[in-house]
Ligand binder design. Structure first.
Ligand code: HEM
Length: 408
């Protein structure tokens, strides 16, 4: 990788990723990276130096560039941590492939995320939110909002979208949660064994649905391939895993982080309570400031000259959605949380061909979950001082809240 003449003085290469101390705030080490936008270099756990993209305009242009690849099978594809490197799977459907294969795979699922299908899911999300609040209130006057509300709301919604039979949901939920968590020595199962169990189950489900089709995302996948070959079954089962892992943890972490940010900003919360029409804009602002899916990984497959630098073929590139979402050239007072802000250009859902396919579903979930919570538990507040709320450890790949103790 080459930094060419005309660029600002080079930064010492800081280690990356950087842990968030406050779940919805920038890590302290992001300040110098932002000063040095739009591009700087950071060093990963294995000593490798990669590009970190922090500027909004350059980032949006670069992520659209076909010389920037998502191909997880590329030998130089970057991993943020050792545990992610050991779990890196080549050619993951959607997220790990480039066009034209990516576009073909995305067509299998796009109608399930259309306006009509998302609107049809809203009553189910509302029922789930109400049921979870009922359970929290019945259990006492305190709860961990992550486990009692955000996680089950997100996984129930993804299961409803897919058309997962109710009787199988607890088993699948346990498998996927275990798979996405750090290795648990007591559990005894390796990530490979957990994934194999999940894929076996999904292949049986896909095969059954060939015989008895319904009207859900799983049925769309089957319909696009019928009759299913063994190779189709492998790809489609993995597509379901990508959808579940892409939909559950991101939404539950964003929702929990959003609740923390609101409880930490009583004046903003008050504005939202007085004027519920502010909710859609507040959801966008909460997505912007929390940017839980930070550092989208890519690899350059050809040399690219951009912003006074040359990104060489084989260089790793990380797009920091948090820094792009706090670029002072785009937003005034970018670190301020403001429910009145117009946030049209945020990249919390990514940008370009891999932009989150589930974003409208995620918006509906956030809107319903926050509205239900604030309406049904008006006295909700933190049960520990805000600075004690733990951020998710960086090895889990997402920023955000690990646990959110609340009381009422
Ligand atoms: C607040 C919640 C969510 C956030 C913050 C989020 C964030 C993102 C981001 C940043 C990307 C782009 C990744 C990249 O370019 O490397 C992405 C892609 C994706 N998301 Fe989401 N997501 C959320 C909810 C969901 C939901 C609810 C689903 C589905 C049920 C979902 C499924 C996916 C899939 C399948 C992709 C890959 C799309 C592709 O590569 O074409 N996400 N998401």
């Amino acid at each position: 990788m080459t930094a060419t003449a005309g660029s600002s003085p080079a930064l010492p290469t800081p280690s990356y990723p950087m842990e968030r101390t406050c779940p919805y705030a920038m890590p302290a080490g992001y300040g110098p990276l932002r000063e040095h936008r739009p591009l700087s270099r950071v060093s990963l756990y294995d000593g490798r130096s990669v590009w970190l993209v922090s500027g909004s305009d350059v980032g949006r242009a670069l992520i659209l560039d076909p010389r920037i690849s998502c191909d997880t099978a590329h030998p130089s594809f970057p991993s943020l941590t050792e545990s992610m490197a050991s779990r890196q799977m080549p050619g993951l459907p959607l997220i790990g492939v480039d066009d034209p294969l990516h576009a073909r795979q995305r067509r299998w699922i796009s109608s399930a995320f259309g306006i009509r299908r998302i609107a049809a899911l809203r009553p189910a999300i509302e029922r789930t939110a109400a049921r979870l609040v009922d359970a929290m209130l019945a259990a006492g006057d305190r709860a961990d909002l992550v486990r009692a509300y955000a996680m089950p709301l997100a996984s129930d919604t993804t299961f409803a979208l897919l058309g997962m039979p109710h009787r199988d949901r607890p088993h699948v939920d346990a498998l996927i949660t275990r798979l996405l968590s750090p290795v648990d020595e007591e559990d005894g199962r390796t990530p490979e064994e957990l994934l194999a169990q999940l894929l076996d189950y999904l292949k049986r489900l896909l095969t059954d649905r060939q015989r008895a089709p319904g009207d859900d995302l799983i049925d769309d996948l089957v319909a696009a391939h019928r009759p299913l070959t063994p190779q189709d079954l492998d790809t489609l089962a993995m597509t379901c895993v990508v959808l579940m892992s892409g939909g559950n943890e991101t939404t539950s972490t964003t929702l929990s982080t959003a609740v923390l940010a609101l409880l930490d900003h009583p004046a903003q919360l008050d504005r939202l309570r007085r004027d519920p029409s502010l909710m859609p804009g507040a959801v966008e602002e909460l997505l912007r400031i929390s940017s839980v899916t930070d550092a989208l990984p890519r690899v350059a497959v050809e040399d690219i000259d951009i912003a006074g630098h040359t990104i060489e073929a084989g260089d790793g590139v990380l797009f920091s959605t948090m820094l792009m979402n706090r670029d002072p050239d785009v937003w005034d007072s970018p670190d301020t949380f403001d429910v009145h802000r117009r946030t049209g250009r945020h990249v919390a859902f990514g940008f370009g061909i891999h932009q989150c396919v589930g974003q409208n579903l995620a918006r509906a979930e956030m809107d319903i979950a926050l509205t239900t919570l604030l309406h049904r538990i008006p006295t909700i507040r933190l049960d520990v001082p805000s600075h004690q709320v733990r951020s998710v450890a960086v090895h889990v790949q997402l920023g955000g809240v690990a646990e959110l103790p609340v009381t009422w």
